[in-house]
Design a protein around this ligand. Sequence first.
Ligand code: ATP
Ligand code: MG
Length: 414
Amino acid sequence: MKATQFYFKTRKEISKDEVAISAVLLTKANFIEKLTSGVYNFLPLGLRVIKKIEQIVREEMEAIGGQEILMALLNPRSNWEQTGRWDSFKALFKLRSKYGSWFALAPTHEEIITPMVKNYIYSYKDLPLYLFHISDKFRDEPRSKSGILRGKEFIMKDLYSFHQDEKDLENYYEKVKKAYQKIYKRCGLKAYVVEASGGTFSRFSHEFQVLTPAGEDIFYHCSHCGMNRNKEIMENTKKCPECGHKIEELKGSEVGNIFKLKDKYSQAFDLNYRDEKGEIKPVMMGCYGIGISRLLGVIVEANYDAKGIIWPKETAPFQYHLIGLFKGIKKEDKEIKKQTDLVYKQLIKKGLEVFYDDRESVSSGEKLVDADLLGLPQRIIISEKTLKNRSFELKERKSNRIKIVKLKDISKII
Ligand code: ATP
Ligand code: MG
């Protein structure tokens, strides 16, 4: 992609009410743009990252049998009344059609998926079933200072599982836990699995927390036995409830949460099945969320320096940032441009993701500053100096390691 043909302009000054470092860097580097508090537009760079995160999530969900669906966001009031959450879900956005009926904007999808699968699940032969969906969610969150870490409109992946009994639910729950750890690892993150309130039906749910000062959760960690537990559900203590050792308090952002719902929603919607003996039983359910747009922010919170973002490889919008240090005025500049164009063509032909800063009106210094801000994993620089040796400079954003590579060896860097 050429910068001159791309929606790309970095910004030096942004609104002062953006305080989370992820929102500041993502706005300056042109990944996102705030529409109003808690509501963001994703620009081409930001959307590329979102799509990469979604793809990682999709692959890992499919690997454990998940089938993708897309459920409606405009939900009739009756579905939400059936579970009592029309009144009890505090962050529910409600809106009234001019023709009279009331709707909710979906903040989660138990109220939709449970009655939906009633038309599919009849017998034990229809179970287990795993369905997931990736889309916007709406929650009327109080004004926050966390940028895309806490949106009123945000992107979530939610998976729902349906089982014959608790044992099957528990086995699958452990599978999802493992799949989640793979997802965060592929996103370049270390996530702690933290015990949290289980709601009405089980002792614990599990949250996945990434350490960051911008996070809104505090959890206790025991380095001796590995216990992690959210402070919200635990008595104020300095000792591990499992092994008695000293514990520490850590601050994290919740990037995922998994629950055993058991028959909570199957009871509400009468979702039953006929077992092998012909007996009618309630379907056991689990639900498993991942904050996709929050992840975009958390990846940045966990990977930046004074100059800008440092993208982990698998979620970077592009792998290579190609810069020719030319301004298009001098004769030497023409040669640099020609060679850089050539390198661009070679890399593209190889199918690589290259962001080529081909701007002629911008100084070399500015191009380098922008490249650091953008934070693509590898930077390729072609200048008068490198061309004297028929070579280019390859620099890794994360380590600052520089390699000088001959132009003719370009295919070797890949
Ligand atoms: P939180 O405790 O942060 O409010 P939650 O426990 O209410 O989140 P869940 O219902 O468990 O959220 O939603 C699943 C995932 O969706 C969360 O783990 C989080 O990553 C993400 N998420 C939830 N609310 C938001 C939000 N307002 N903005 C962005 N992501 C969110
Ligand atoms: Mg949660």
